[in-house]
Design a protein around this ligand. Structure first.
Ligand code: PBG
Length: 331
């Protein structure tokens, strides 16, 4: 914007539009709606709800409760839920074969929610970490790295299993090279022409994922080091290159994750690409806000809504947040 639009003081007083609630509402450039939010849900086997101690207010839900919560989200105007399975330890293997089981927990959750809440979008992660004994997103080579191409083959099969269960949006969060092209080709070949691909284009190796790993049970006695495939927090040009590849390979939407410490990345990606760019307010961000609210250091609800608004202002078309129901109720 050219400065010539702004006159000098006192002809220009920027406080004029800021003075009253009605004029602030009139000139607001960004507005948050329930339709901007996506609710992640942890689903588990059995009949019980199990709270996640590091994510106050969030529980691992049995299928029945997950359907009820999905219905609540739909009623609140939230367009989609993102499902994450809590895989029983005895189902985990070094190669994560349970991910390919058409009758696994995530597939049952997808098909049940699609059946019971048909108007709600269902998103599922593609990555092997809930299914591997070592907690990595792919299979390990002898050298101890995640083997890119062998992993991509499994991810394609995992995506197909989820698409067959009725998943609307496949969200590869594994950060393997070339997986968007491979998954897109596999989906097209199998006739899933309308299954959306939400590429975690800029997923950073982050210290903010701790509570999520507790929730799904992918935490290990030693922290899992994913720096060999997730982005380095020091880099932003690299995020642009990742996004450009994912766009060329057939992504429908891009994801930036985490959100609040990465607003510059969100801004760059949304300015550079005409695709919807989404953001994930991750478990550690939610836990921080909640903890500060609980001590009275800040007003938790106000800080939550401000964070979400700022994430949208920076360029997010929609936001994954564990606080989606709480935020939708407050809007
Ligand atoms: C796994 C995955 C992770 C999250 C979403 N999908 C964790 C990880 O990469 O270890 C984290 C989400 C959160 O912290 O809320 N592919």
């Amino acid at each position: 914007m050219s400065l010539s639009f702004t006159g000098d003081f006192p002809a220009t007083r920027l406080r004029r539009t800021r003075l009253e609630p009605w004029s602030r509402a009139l000139v607001a450039e960004t507005r948050l709606h329930a339709s901007d939010l996506i609710l992640p849900l942890f689903v588990q086997e059995g009949e019980n709800c199990t709270p996640v101690p590091t994510l106050p207010g969030v529980s691992r839900l049995p299928l029945k409760a997950a359907v009820e919560t999905a219905q609540k989200a739909h009623d609140a105007g939230i367009p989609a839920v993102a499902l994450f399975p809590v895989v029983p330890p005895d189902r985990k293997t070094p190669h994560g074969e349970e991910a390919l089981n058409a009758d696994n927990l995530i597939c049952r959750a997808i098909s049940t929610i699609k059946l019971r809440v048909p108007g709600l979008g269902v998103i599922a992660d593609v990555a092997l970490d809930p299914y591997t004994t070592h907690g990595h997103d792919g299979i390990l080579s002898e050298a101890g790295h995640v083997d890119n191409d062998a992993t991509v083959e499994l991810l394609c099969r995992q995506a197909l299993v989820q698409a067959r269960a009725g998943c609307d949006v496949i969200a590869p969060s594994d950060m393997m090279d070339g997986r968007i092209r491979a998954i897109r080709a596999a989906l097209e070949e199998a006739g899933f022409h309308h299954t959306l691909l939400l590429a975690y284009a800029a997923k950073y190796a982050s210290g903010f994922y701790g509570p999520f790993r507790d929730a799904v049970g992918s935490a290990q006695s030693r922290p899992v080091d994913k720096r060999g495939y997730q982005l380095d927090a020091a880099n932003s040009n690299e995020a642009l290159r990742e996004a450009a590849l994912d766009v060329a390979e057939g992504a429908d939407m891009l994801m930036v994750k985490p959100a609040l410490p990465y607003l510059d990345i969100l801004h760059r990606l949304s300015a550079a690409f005409p695709l919807p760019v989404l953001a994930y307010q991750v478990s550690g961000e939610y836990a921080m806000l909640h903890a500060a609210g609980a001590t009275g250091a800040l007003d938790g609800k106000e800080a939550l809504l401000e964070s979400l608004l700022c994430i949208k202002r920076a360029g997010a078309r929609a936001i994954f947040t564990y606080a989606a129901l709480e935020a939708a109720a407050a809007l």
